[in-house]
Design a protein around this ligand. Structure first.
Ligand code: GLA
Length: 533
């Protein structure tokens, strides 16, 4: 009877494979915050059910590295270009029902280790087709358009090399103190729109943020359309009907408008970048009335050779283009602090450059970026050119107010750009008080432009100091530990002697004179920030 069982199972598996062989091309469309996008799934199924092929959407090309089909189900893992030049693995699954494929897209990747989008966020996440509303995976119905084995993807062209720029890009005269403003990314990701930017500009004025110094209203990724116009101009998607009109509105409020692009062909969220259109895009931005450009490496890692010379040259190319654009535009480099950016960021025309990967709204992320990854970079900062430890998360809900005070104090001591990343339209008074602490802001905006440094550390408590233009010092007494601790700032650690006037920059109180040192009780994850003179 054995031969019968073998024959029966062979017939069964043959018919199973035959019934659901998925080889061919499947297409469908999925919705995003700004558009409906076509997706193409090209599959080749082997006799044992193994799957190879790729998935192409306007936002990404994913190469399948492993996969398997069984009866009416398939699942595969694919690789795509991720943030910061990394290779990202994504997983798709699908069922076949009545000749249609119901494809579950990988969840959106908004970076920063969050793994979540803003609540209710429809559509694609950065880096390709993504999950749907409220973090639920998005399922797309695909129709089969062919059953032939798909042609392989064309090989990637050889990486482009550029020589280190022979002459530095001329200084644009901007950012004499670290830029201050608001940016859409941390809170809103792909939800940013014309309407939101207008509302945010209104709120920045009404809340007092503008008068506290927050001037730049910066649109991050996802404003761009899918394709350039016939003349090669970059255009907006339907969330931004008229960028010039938006700039006029923002300017009428006494604010400035910032925008975002990439030296690569695609941004990190898979939208159009400025590759091979640098000059043209700089002119477009100037014509719209843009005052600030964040230029994010992203897919540039797919076309360039990723050496320091090439990266510096790619940034210098846009730096020069901005200078020739007819408008003075603050230039923000975003390449995650790689390849010793401090050594060449200013020469590429940068007014600021990111020093790390993306921040997220968690103590560990802020602590790692602020305390661990900044020391040593202070020599690169000064008027016109700043280290950027990434935008603020203050008010986004993932940290306590105590932790947000630490975030604000540390960024001010670091002379970091202060780009609020919260919803200013519904800012709680405690958050407003942190973001608009004028005495902390004065430390950040001090004309001397020195980046503060850690002067003492004992376990989880540490003291940071920033020299100020009036001869005083701003000093942060930080407690990174889990319990309240005494923290002492010794004048000798700061290079000072004798009795000093002490002022508490959070309590806004003069504390009188202190000889040789100052000790404070600091809550877990908290700070006491003083000025001594
Ligand atoms: C990168 C940047 C972020 C943000 C996103 C947008 O991850 O580091 O700050 O601009 O891209 O896609």
């Amino acid at each position: 009877m054995n031969w019968l069982r073998v024959l029966a199972s062979a017939v069964l598996s043959l018919s199973a494979i035959g019934a659901q062989n998925v080889t061919g091309r499947w297409t469908g469309s999925y919705s995003t915050a700004d558009n409906g996008l076509e997706i193409v799934v090209a599959l080749n199924q082997a006799a044992d059910g193994g799957i190879t092929g790729y998935v192409i959407s306007p936002r990404s090309t994913d190469t399948i590295i492993s996969g398997h089909a069984e009866v009416s189900k398939l699942a595969f893992e694919a690789e795509r270009a991720g943030r910061g030049g990394a290779v990202q693995k994504v997983t798709y699954s699908a069922t076949i029902e009545g000749g249609k494929m119901m494809l579950t897209l990988p969840p959106p990747d908004f970076g920063g280790g969050r793994g979540r989008g803003p609540a209710g966020a429809p559509g694609a996440g950065p880096g390709g087709p993504g999950g749907g509303r409220g973090g639920q995976p998005q399922v797309v119905e695909l129709a089969r358009v062919s059953t032939t084995v798909p042609a392989p993807l064309p090989p990637r062209p050889a990486p482009v090399s550029l020589p280190m720029p022979a002459t530095p890009v001329k200084y644009n005269g901007m950012a004499k103190t670290p830029p201050m403003g608001w940016n859409s990314w941390n809170k809103f990701h792909n939800q940013v729109s014309d309407k939101m930017v207008r509302e945010m500009a209104d709120a920045i004025v009404k809340s007092g943020m503008r008068d506290a110094g927050y001037i730049y209203v910066n649109i991050d990724d996802t404003w761009e359309s899918l394709a350039r116009d016939a003349a090669g101009n970059i255009t907006t998607n339907n969330k931004f009907p008229d960028m010039k009109a938006l700039a006029d509105y923002v300017h009428s409020k006494g604010l400035k408008l910032g925008i975002y692009s990439s030296p690569g062909p695609r941004t990190c969220a898979g939208y159009l970048g400025s590759y091979q259109h640098e000059e043209q895009d700089a002119k477009t931005f100037a014509a719209w009335g843009i005052d600030y450009l964040k230029y994010d490496w992203c897919s540039a890692s797919q076309v360039y050779d990723n050496t320091q010379a090439t990266m510096a040259a790619a940034y210098a190319k846009m730096g020069d283009a901005l200078l020739r654009s007819g408008r003075t535009i603050v230039y923000s480099l975003c390449q995650y602090g790689n390849l010793d950016v401090g050594e060449w960021g200013e020469k590429a025309g940068g007014n600021l450059w990111r020093t790390t990967g993306d921040i997220s709204d968690r103590w560990q992320s802020m602590e790692n970026i602020g305390f661990k990854l900044q020391p040593g970079r202070e020599k690169y900062a000064g008027p016109g050119h700043w280290n950027d430890p990434d935008m603020l998360e203050i008010g986004n809900g993932g940290m306590t107010d105590t932790e947000y005070e630490t975030h604000m104090s540390l960024w001010c001591l670091l002379a970091a750009p202060l780009l609020a990343g919260n919803d200013i339209r519904e800012m709680k008074p405690s958050i407003a008080a942190i973001l608009m602490n004028k005495e902390a802001i004065a430390v950040d905006q001090d004309k001397l432009g020195k980046q503060g440094v850690r002067v003492a550390q004992d376990g989880s408590v540490e003291v940071w100091s920033k020299p100020l233009a009036d001869g005083g010092h701003a000093v942060g007494l930080f407690n990174r530990g889990d319990a309240t601790a005494q923290v002492t700032a010794k004048w000798s650690d700061i290079g000072l002697k004798g009795s000093k006037q002490v002022r508490d920059l959070w309590k806004h109180q003069d504390l009188g004179k202190a000889a040789d040192q100052y000790t404070a009780e600091v809550p877990s994850h908290g700070v006491v920030m003083i000025k001594i003179k």
